[in-house]
Design a protein. Structure first.
Length: 586
């Protein structure tokens, strides 16, 4: 029988009613050897024993009760060998008994005293009874079970992209109809007010997601999006538009943060990267749809109102369809609703994978009380490192200038002499194409490689944009460089800097603080996004494109250095394995 993975989880081992402390360690896959159903010694540290095991491929968890070690079963999607818990017996290496259960299978080894280790290790005490077919490779959880739930969740990301792009083609028409044409500050406010609302929503998103659950949080975020889009569609003045954008922004602040959480928590580990990238693809589709829907705005009077009405449809679908989706098993387990968590895991992964998934949940989440997490805990020495990494990644993402491209690409293309309609469609296609490529590569190359390549490509693209703005380039050359640089910038952004940060952050944060930490990082994202949207046109006027694009390019180079020094690879690891690697128990 082929063994793919062993996870040892010893919660409490007592010897003559005296608790024995345990230490958690990890073994590299090549350190474990499997030849028979016997236990043999292997030492990984001073007075800290481990062992070689030989168990069936479905072995999942070892837990202790008095003098017997119990075994439960699973198959790991990672197909690695691992052992996480080892017992320190105060210097005495004891042989302990082992009993396993899986269907009709059972076996036992009696525990021996430390003096008997040399001659008694591995003596079999009972026979093994195995039904036909036991030990077969049950494979990875089917991705098709969780896909419908992910598709509904990423409607929130589609709305995020749509509302980012809806003012791009329509801003000129809106300003003419509402009487603020020519005011760059008013135009900036139409964009940035939405981002201010997103900041407010993101600050509360973690508490909302932990308080009422992921599904209800999605439904809640849809409500202000419907109200805000409707207000923008019927407004007669600038203030009504700003109020509507503020409402929409509140929903935008909640939706993407909860989507990143939900997708990471309902996805099998082997496709979590691809599923996480789907949120970026949905956002790209939203931007592209907004660009296409907005094309008639310059020709048809009042068409921009239709563009806002269109946004209410997917928001209503999100609220409706989420009623039929699974709740996050992670959230249910934290709330003490284990039976419901098992039911949702069976719905998402299939019955064969429920026990393993529950064992993974219990490994890191038992006893967690997410509702009790305070802001001070996020900046404690234990958690500050990962929260700082997440916040910095989002800050560098926005300081690259990417959303200035999406908000004001029409204006930039117009100034460069490029037809804005054609340029914006090319930007949308480049963004979508890169996101699809990223989804394919995410679980092959890994998050870190894509981030490094993406930020480096963005820095080069900004350099091309800056060169196009110099006086040394002819007008025709500047036109080509401007368009090519912008498309290269968007393409390389969508390959890594776009999809990876939200996925990576949902992976590296411990489950206890995940929702709140995501909220803080998203708040940083929206604050910087707000100021970029508010000040970009003003800075472009006062500094000129050469200096402004050079600043953006410098931030991209800084991001390359930061990622290389601080970001770990999470490809193929379960959320619990990542948590243990970053935050070992003390």
């Amino acid at each position: 029988f082929a063994l793919h993975h062993i996870h040892v989880s010893i919660d409490n081992w007592t010897d003559n009613k005296h608790p024995i402390p345990h230490k958690r360690r990890d073994l590299a896959p090549n350190k474990l050897q499997f030849k028979s159903l016997r236990l043999t010694p292997y030492f990984i540290g001073h007075f800290t024993p481990s062992a070689h095991y030989s168990l069936l491929s479905s072995v999942a968890r070892l837990s202790c009760s008095e003098s017997i070690l119990f075994v439960s079963h699973f198959h790991s999607p990672e197909k690695q060998l691992a052992a996480d818990y080892f017992v320190n017996l105060k210097g005495n290496f004891n042989h302990f008994g082992m009993r396993g259960h899986h269907g009709d299978v059972s076996w036992m080894y009696k525990r021996a005293s430390s003096k008997d280790v040399d001659d008694e290790y591995g003596k079999e005490e009972t026979t093994i009874r195995m039904p036909n077919g036991l030990g077969k490779d049950i494979g990875n959880p089917p991705w098709s079970r969780s896909l419908p739930h992910v598709l509904v969740a990423i409607i929130s990301s589609f709305l995020f992209g749509y509302h980012l792009g809806v003012v791009n083609e329509t801003l000129e028409s809106i300003s003419l109809d509402l009487g603020f044409s020519g005011s760059t500050m008013a135009e900036g406010l139409v964009v940035s007010t939405c981002l201010g609302g997103a900041f407010v929503g993101s600050m509360f998103s973690g508490w909302i997601a932990d308080g009422i659950g992921r599904r209800r949080a999605f439904q809640l975020c849809a409500l202000p999006m419907i109200i805000g889009a409707s207000m923008s569609a019927i407004t007669k003045n600038l203030w009504g538009m700003l109020l509507g954008r503020l409402f929409v922004g509140t929903g935008m602040g909640i939706g993407p943060a909860v989507a990143a959480l939900y997708v990471s928590e309902v996805s099998p580990a082997y496709v979590r990267g691809a599923y996480g990238s789907s949120t970026q693809i949905a956002a790209c589709l939203g931007i592209l749809v907004a660009l296409f829907v907005g094309l008639p705005a310059k020709e048809i009077l009042g068409w921009w109102r239709i563009c806002f009405w269109v946004a209410t449809i997917p928001a209503a679908f999100l609220a409706l369809f989420m009623e039929f989706c699974a709740e996050s098993p992670h959230w249910l387990f934290k709330r003490g609703r284990g039976a419901e968590a098992e039911a949702e895991l069976e719905r998402l992964f299939g019955g064969l994978h429920v026990k393993y998934s529950m064992a993974e949940l219990s490994k890191s989440e038992r006893g967690d009380d997410a509702d009790a997490v305070k802001f001070s805990e996020l900046i404690s020495p234990r958690n500050f490192g990962v929260v700082f990494i997440g916040s910095t990644l989002f800050a560098l993402q926005q300081l690259s200038g990417i959303n200035a491209v999406f908000y004001f690409s029409s204006t930039v293309f117009k100034n460069a002499g490029v037809p804005s309609d054609s340029g914006n469609i090319c930007v949308g296609i480049a963004n979508l194409s890169g996101s699809i490529i990223a989804m394919i590569l995410m679980d092959k190359l890994g998050r870190r490689v894509l981030l490094l390549g993406s930020f480096l490509g963005m820095a080069i693209a900004m350099g091309v944009q800056a060169i196009a703005a110099t006086s040394f380039v002819s007008s025709s050359g500047a036109l080509s460089l401007s368009l090519g640089g912008m498309l290269l910038f968007v393409l390389t952004f969508s390959l890594g800097a776009g999809p990876v940060p939200s996925l990576l952050l949902s992976e590296i944060f411990p489950n206890r603080i995940r929702a709140k930490a995501m909220a803080v990082c998203m708040a940083v994202h929206w604050v910087i996004n707000f100021f970029v949207g508010l000040l970009f046109l003003r800075l472009l006027e006062q500094l000129g494109p050469l200096i402004l694009y050079t600043i953006f390019g410098s931030f991209c180079f800084l991001a390359v250095i930061y990622v290389k020094r601080n970001v770990m690879e999470t490809k193929g690891k379960t959320l619990q394995e990542i948590e243990m690697a970053l935050l070992p128990q003390q």
